[in-house]
Write a protein that binds this ligand. Structure first.
Ligand SMILES: Nc1ncnc2c1ncn2[C@@H]1O[C@H](COP(=O)(O)OP(=O)(O)O)[C@@H](O)[C@H]1O
Ligand SMILES: [Mg+2]
Length: 349
């Protein structure tokens, strides 16, 4: 037997050539691969199907053997079919290996959308999940800075695929990695669409429970490109409690509804001020705005986050508070937001 161990990423890439005979989509994107593991002899592969259609299974097995047997050092290919009646074959645009894609949006900038994205991702890592962030805010990409990656960085590219940067267990891709700080951003139309498409499909995300997308504020080209290119499982809207922020947020919600992206809930950011000296909480903006917006959209408030000095400082320190102080108050509120988000997603499924 050959000594060369087959690379799982390469196998997964090869399997993209295996198409479901009816849906004409590859079995990876359809989520049919439930297990892929190298063994001492070769590889073990489990294929999930919604029913025990033997003809279909034989056809798929033949295709799989054909594409994989050409690979060096592949060894013995063991294929098992798992019938799962609850399994739905999804006929849509999915990133292979990525379970849920959640966009984080807001009506206007400065409400803390990127801060929420970063901390929500951190909460998911703390909960033992596999997470990625795609910073699609072309006008003010700030996810890089929040994780201590400043400006342009060389990205590893192999076989035309881009490797994200890993920070604290979070896989990150941002437009800011590609451009110099002083370069004006002029992404338009087709070029923007192409860039968004590359960030979704040409990045080696691997297996992810969640991919969070930090959207540009408002309603624009990126939102439209995304909705066309990928099935977003849902959106989280971030708002501050003031009425004006709420009005903008409802516009963003209307836009999401138009492109059929369900809003999973509202995060009310900067909902109160907690004094760093005495711990006293005061509402510096009007209160209950997040709830008002949630009611008008008939969704839930996933949680609220106070204004704190530590959150503000962490915007510069290169690590979200939720990763810095896993037992702290802020981490606890993000853990709650994540839980409520998971509940909302489960209700939509
Ligand atoms: N809960 C909070 N407490 C304190 N500062 C915050 C909080 N949320 C956001 N900020 C700060 O507000 C500014 C804007 O937040 P950011 O996440 O960049 O907003 P957006 O992405 O909506 O433009 C940043 O300096 C950030 O550190
Ligand atoms: Mg931002």
């Amino acid at each position: 037997m050959s000594e060369i161990k087959p690379d799982i990423n390469l196998i997964q890439k090869k399997l993209l050539e295996v198409k479901h005979p009816e849906l004409k989509k590859d079995i990876v994107s359809l989520g049919m691969i439930s297990h892929l593991q190298p063994t001492s002899e070769g590889i073990d592969l489990n294929i999930k199907t919604p029913n025990a259609d033997r003809r279909m299974q034989i056809g798929l097995e033949a295709q799989i053997r054909q594409v994989l047997s050409k690979m060096d050092g592949i060894g013995k290919i063991k294929i098992k079919f798992e019938v799962d009646q609850n399994f739905k074959l999804e006929d849509g645009n999915r990133i292979p290996g990525v379970k849920k894609v959640i966009a984080v949006g807001s009506g206007k900038g400065g409400v803390g959308k990127s801060t929420v994205t970063a901390n929500l991702a951190a909460a998911a890592v703390n909960a033992g999940l596999k997470v990625g962030i795609m910073d699609a805010d072309i006008y003010g990409p700030s996810i890089g800075k929040m994780f201590g990656i400043n400006g342009r960085v060389p990205l590893k590219v192999e076989d035309d695929r881009i490797f994200p940067i890993d920070k604290g267990g979070i896989k990150i891709i941002s437009f800011s990695f590609l451009i110099n700080d002083d370069q004006p951003v002029v992404w338009r139309g087709p070029m923007l669409g192409k860039a968004v498409e590359q960030f979704l499909y040409d990045v080696v995300w691997g297996e992810l429970d969640f991919l969070f997308i930090d959207l540009p504020p408002g309603t624009g080209d990126v939102q439209l490109s995304l909705a066309q290119l990928i099935d977003l499982d849902g959106a989280v809207l971030v708002t501050t409690p003031q009425d004006i922020a709420l009005l903008d947020a409802s516009r963003a919600a209307a836009m999401l509804a138009q492109v059929k992206v369900p809003v999973m809930g509202i995060v009310e950011n900067m909902s109160e001020f907690i004094c760093p000296n005495c711990g006293h909480s005061s509402a510096i903006f009007s209160q209950g705005g997040g709830k008002k917006l949630a009611d008008s959209l008939k969704v839930n408030v996933l949680g609220s986050v106070p204004i704190t000095l530590e959150i503000m400082k962490s915007g510069e320190s290169g690590l979200p508070v939720t990763l810095q102080e896993k037992e702290g108050k802020v981490a606890a509120s993000y853990a709650g937001i994540l839980k409520n988000l998971q509940t909302s997603i489960a209700e939509w499924d």
